[in-house]
Design a protein around this ligand. Structure first.
Ligand SMILES: [Fe+2]
Length: 187
């Protein structure tokens, strides 16, 4: 089961991203590597984390960018074209505090109604951790550096800049919770 969903997610993300967005594909592969590193804290939930890590940015694919808000575009694509399971679409739609960015974009209602935040805090936190400790090129980084990079790339006056300033404390808390869980968990 694990292998099948992992392979499906990787093939799908590669098909959508590697051609038009090679850098986004490199980031995706790094985020998926982080998902393997943290799997010990999740037990059976490691599979949905890996699939979500692999597909979290699929909505950036140009042909899928309907609203231009990639978490929502990606989750709708997975639901509509692949009948993906609800846990996966809800993780993708809400990855890395997307609800706060949806607010900036006037899409909060759409997102919250179609894809409510999963009530599985550790799973949600681990996806934040994987995304926010990986650079745009797929290398390992700290959440502090990642947030600083996003701020400088988009600028504080942009939608993403406003979002990331509001999300930063939540991001750092998620990362700390995952690091604590990993420390507590014997390998
Ligand atoms: Fe990402």
């Amino acid at each position: 089961m694990g292998d099948r969903i992992d392979e499906w997610a990787q093939q799908l993300a590669k098909a959508e991203l590697s051609g038009p967005l090679p850098r986004r594909w490199a980031h995706t592969q790094g985020v998926a590597e982080r998902a393997i590193e943290v799997r010990q804290v999740l037990g059976a939930d490691a599979d949905p984390l890996f699939a979500a890590a692999t597909l979290h940015d699929v909505g950036y694919a140009p042909r899928l960018a309907a609203t231009g808000f990639h978490p929502l575009d990606g989750a709708r694509f997975l639901r509509n074209e692949h009948s993906a399971d609800e846990r996966l679409t809800r993780l993708v739609a809400n990855h890395s505090f997307a609800l706060l960015e949806a607010e900036e974009r006037g899409l909060r209602e759409d997102l919250a109604t179609e894809f409510p935040l999963l009530e599985e805090p550790l799973l949600v936190d681990t996806l934040v951790y994987c995304d926010m400790t990986t650079t745009p090129d797929g290398d390992r980084t700290t959440a502090q550096d990642r947030v600083a990079e996003i701020r400088s790339r988009y600028g504080d006056d942009s939608v993403v800049g406003r979002f990331i300033r509001r999300a930063a404390p939540e991001i750092f808390s998620s990362v700390e919770r995952v690091e604590a869980a990993m420390t507590a968990q014997p390998r």
